[in-house]
Design a protein around this ligand. Structure first.
Ligand SMILES: Nc1ncnc2c1ncn2[C@@H]1O[C@H](COP(=O)(O)OP(=O)(O)OP(=O)(O)O)[C@@H](O)[C@H]1O
Ligand SMILES: O=P(O)(O)OC[C@H]1O[C@H](OP(=O)(O)OP(=O)(O)O)[C@H](O)[C@@H]1O
Length: 242
C-alpha cells in the first residue's frame, strides 16, 4: 500500500460526522480501531503508530466540529473534515479538495406551520440561528435586514417561544421540525462534509497529502455510502448553495 497519511496531523470532528468518517478513513489506512475507544473515551489526541507504509506515523486531534477549520487554518493540523455549513459561515484561507459526501443535511429557513410570516422588503424580522453570517446573506438578498438572535442549540424553540418569527437551522430527517410543528420555508445550503487542507501543508507535505486525497477519492468512487449521502441531501444538478 502506498503511504497515505505519513507524518500528517488530522483534525477530526467529534460527534455525528466522526461516526460516518471512521469507516472511510479506515479504508485509506487511518484506523482508529483499538486506539480510540469510543464516545466515552475523553482523550483528544491520538498518535497512530508508524507502519512500514507510514514510517512517520500520523496524529489525530478530536475537536468540536465548528473548531476544525481553526486548527487547519493555523497549521496545527494539516488536514481536517468540516461541514459546508461551518465552512460557509466564516471565510477562511483553506484548500477544499474533496466533498466526502458524509454528514449530509440542509440549512433551511423554518417557521411555525400555523403562523407563517409573509416576507416583504424592508420588513422587521427576528431570526434565531447558529449561523448569523449565512442567515444575514440570505435575507439581505431579499431586501430584509433581520435582527439575528444567536443561539447555540435547540434553535427550533425560537419561534415556539416567541423569541423569533423564523429560524435558520440544519435539517436532516425533518423530525425535529415536525415534532415542534414547524415547516420548512426554503433551503439555503445543501451541506456535506469536506476535506480541508492547510495551504502551506499542501506544498510542504505534498506527497502524503496528495496520496491521501487520491486514496479518499478512490474509496468514495467505490463506496456507495458517500455518493448515496450526497444524493439524499442534494437534488440533481444543484451545487452547494440552494
Ligand atoms: N442533523 C444534523 N444536525 C446537525 N448537524 C448535522 C446534521 N447532520 C449532519 N450534520 C453536520 O454535522 C456537523 C456537526 O454537527 P454536530 O451536531 O455533531 O456538532 P455540534 O453542533 O458541535 O454538536 P453538539 O450537539 O455536541 O454541540 C454540522 O456542522 C453539519 O455539517
Ligand atoms: O432533521 P433532524 O434529523 O431532526 O435533525 C435536525 C436537528 O439536529 C440538529 O440538532 P442537534 O441534534 O445537533 O442538537 P442541538 O439542537 O443541540 O444543536 C439540528 O440543529 C436540528 O435541531
Amino acid at each position: 500500500m502506498a503511504p497515505r497519511a505519513d507524518g500528517l496531523t488530522l483534525a477530526l470532528p467529534k460527534g455525528r460526522i466522526l461516526k460516518q468518517a471512521l469507516p472511510l478513513l479506515r479504508r485509506v489506512g487511518i484506523d482508529l480501531a483499538g486506539v480510540w475507544e469510543g464516545e466515552h473515551d475523553r482523550r483528544l489526541l491520538f498518535e497512530l503508530p508508524a507502519r512500514p507504509e507510514r514510517p512517520g506515523g500520523a496524529r489525530v486531534l478530536l475537536v468540536k466540529p465548528v473548531d476544525v477549520p481553526t486548527y487547519v487554518e493555523h497549521g496545527v493540523a494539516d488536514v481536517g473534515i468540516a461541514g459546508a455549513d461551518t465552512l460557509g459561515e466564516e471565510a477562511r484561507d483553506l484548500y477544499e479538495p474533496l466533498d466526502l459526501g458524509i454528514g449530509a443535511c440542509r440549512l433551511v429557513v423554518a417557521e411555525p406551520a400555523a403562523r407563517p410570516t409573509p416576507l416583504r422588503r424592508g420588513m422587521a424580522l427576528r431570526v434565531a440561528t447558529k449561523y448569523p453570517r449565512l442567515t444575514l446573506n440570505h435575507y439581505r438578498s431579499k431586501g430584509i435586514q433581520p435582527e439575528i438572535i444567536p443561539l447555540f442549540g435547540s434553535v427550533e424553540l425560537g419561534p415556539i417561544t416567541g423569541l423569533a418569527e423564523q429560524i435558520v437551522d440544519l435539517v436532516e430527517s425533518g423530525e425535529t421540525l415536525r415534532q415542534n410543528n414547524l415547516r420548512e420555508v426554503e433551503t439555503i445550503l445543501y451541506v456535506t462534509s469536506r476535506l480541508i487542507v492547510h495551504p502551506a501543508s499542501l506544498k510542504l507535505k505534498q506527497a502524503p497529502i496528495t496520496a491521501l486525497i487520491t486514496a479518499l477519492r478512490d474509496a468514495l468512487a467505490t463506496d456507495g455510502s458517500g455518493s448515496s449521502a450526497r444524493t439524499a441531501a442534494r437534488p440533481t444538478g444543484s451545487e452547494g448553495t440552494a
